[in-house]
Design a binder for this molecule. Structure first.
Ligand SMILES: [Mg+2]
Length: 179
């Protein structure tokens, strides 16, 4: 009888498939806002969803400091379940968080609180969708990945990741809009 240790087993199970999850509004909702100061000095606060649709005007100054921490986190249970199932199916090294946040510490803190330690977190520090697509492309090319599952609430991120199909023929890319 062959006895296999879990690490070896993990390395053999679907090693050519990755599951990638956005953080804010995909696996957690928080009270974090983006604070904008307009050129005339007026200030306004936007939710992440409002910010995703906001067209900046000249002179806008953005304050993302709320995203340096976890403000009133509330898990999105349906996506968290998908995350946990993905870890079970393809192993922890093939599942990661890909966030526009610049600081991964609050993300790690939240995942630990949900009993999900040890998964990789990429904090790209920009809401430019291409930054997320670039991380996925690099991962696919460096590890000969054949299937990508991507979950995000922002349409522009979904579009950017779907556009990778042009560059990565033969890779099956499934991009799921959450919410
Ligand atoms: Mg999001």
């Amino acid at each position: 009888m062959v006895v296999m240790n879990m690490e070896l087993l993990e390395s053999l199970v679907n090693a050519d498939e990755i599951h990638v999850f956005d953080f804010d509004d995909t696996i957690v909702k928080t009270g974090s806002m983006i604070h904008v100061t307009f050129a005339d000095g007026e200030t306004f606060s936007l939710t992440p969803r409002q910010y995703a649709m906001y067209t900046p005007a000249e002179g806008d100054v953005f304050d993302f400091s709320d995203f340096e921490e976890l403000v009133d986190p509330s898990p999105v249970n349906s996506t968290l379940l998908k995350l946990k199932i993905a870890i079970r199916d393809v192993g922890v090294r093939n599942v990661f968080i890909l966030t526009a946040r610049g600081n991964q510490d609050p993300v790690r803190e939240f995942l630990n609180s949900q009993g999900i330690p040890g998964i990789r977190i990429f904090a790209v520090g920009t809401s430019n969708p291409q930054a997320k697509a670039n991380v996925i492309e690099k991962e696919v090319l460096s590890r000969k990945i054949k299937r990508v599952y991507f979950y995000d609430d922002a349409v522009k991120n979904i579009m950017a990741v779907r556009a990778l199909r042009q560059d990565l023929p033969g890779v099956n890319i499934v991009a799921v809009k959450v919410g």
